[in-house]
Design a protein around this ligand. Structure first.
Ligand code: GFB
Length: 306
């Protein structure tokens, strides 16, 4: 009975995978083991004895949280990843998938971003600590494949959103933060304050799509090079605001606070490798994903992760 261990399942992709009710999948969250601690990591792997690992655990945040916690995000993510990949190697895990994100790409490089560009320049300063730590996943997976023959693969999703995200107004990612803000502005009849100019562009992918692609990659993707998971559809923050405002039914004033950071202007990513493997895969349209996410938030607020 080949068990699959999923780490970090308190988050939005873990939540989406759990919803698929898969056989022989074991889900762990932060309270089950502190993965920054090697001994605790080893203990939980020896207890569960997985043959496959979906490694989602990470310290994550939006632009606000990344600017504040650059040092902690570097430290904790490096420790988590080195421990999980080393213990997976020591305990004979046959396949492991881990996750970077498109913020690891250089801030200045040719577009669209592709899997070979990762180390060709510094990431955007707004999340350098997190981005450099995440880049080491690719380095460690490649080095372990070379020296030990480990089948450790890496996926690079763009901005993921969906149910069970972190809804913190100051440190969350843009979509959960804005949904929460619009909900509060509508309730109190106040203006909606959006950070930055509204001009930056992002590619947003729905967590349930990433869950499906993760299971596909676990079964079928064995390359040393990472694979970018994106719909390659850029949306401006202003367009995103319009979709969320429409979905929540907010009629008030929208203000763009330019004193707040825009962050990386854009990170258009090349999904040609994904399309070569899965030519028929269709991503959930943004409007539909936002509708599901807003409905989940309305149903669960205030018992949501902050
Ligand atoms: O998701 P986000 O916080 O991070 O998006 P990144 C930031 C963009 O949304 C900036 C604008 O252009 C912000 O100006 N924005 C507007 C807001 N209003 C808000 C708001 O209320 N909250 C937030 N957070 N942003 C992330 C990385 O970068 O990319 C993550 O921080 C991860 O680690 C992710 O890698 C893929 O998209 O800039």
């Amino acid at each position: 009975m080949k068990k699959t261990l999923v780490t970090g399942t308190g988050g939005l992709v873990g939540y989406a995978i759990r919803k698929l009710n898969l056989e022989n999948f074991i889900y762990i969250i932060r309270k089950d083991a502190d993965l920054t601690d090697f001994a605790q990591t080893k203990r939980i792997f020896e207890k569960i004895k997985p043959k496959r690992v979906i490694h989602l655990a990470a310290e994550v945040a939006g632009i606000g949280g990344n600017i504040i916690h650059s040092g902690e995000f570097f430290r904790s993510n490096i420790m988590i990843n080195v421990n999980v990949l080393e213990v997976a190697r020591l305990t004979g895990v046959s396949k492991l998938i881990s996750f970077m994100s498109t913020c690891v790409f250089p801030d200045k490089c040719s577009y669209p971003l592709n899997e070979r560009d990762i180390h060709s320049g510094p990431p955007h300063p707004s999340n350098a600590g997190y981005a450099y730590a995440k880049r080491m996943l690719e380095v460690q997976s490649r080095a372990y494949r070379k020296e030990f023959g480990c089948n450790f693969i890496v996926a690079i999703p763009t901005n993921i959103y969906g149910e069970n995200d972190i809804w913190n107004l100051e440190e969350g990612h843009v979509i959960p933060s804005l949904i929460h803000k619009v909900f509060l502005a509508k309730k109190s009849g106040s203006d909606l304050v959006v950070w930055g100019s509204g001009k930056p562009l992002r590619e947003f992918v729905y967590s349930r799509d990433i869950a499906k692609l993760t299971l596909w990659a676990m079964r079928k993707y064995d390359d040393e090079l990472p694979i970018i998971l994106t719909n390659s559809e850029e949306v401006s923050i202003k367009q995103l605001v319009d979709v969320i405002v429409e979905e929540v039914g907010f009629k008030g004033k929208v203000i763009f606070d330019r004193a707040k950071p825009d962050g990386q202007f854009r990170k258009p990513s090349d999904n040609s490798k994904l399309k070569k493997h899965l030519p028929k895969f269709s991503f959930t349209p943004l409007e539909k994903g936002i509708k599901n996410t807003v409905e989940w938030f309305m149903k669960n607020h205030p018992n949501v992760r902050m």
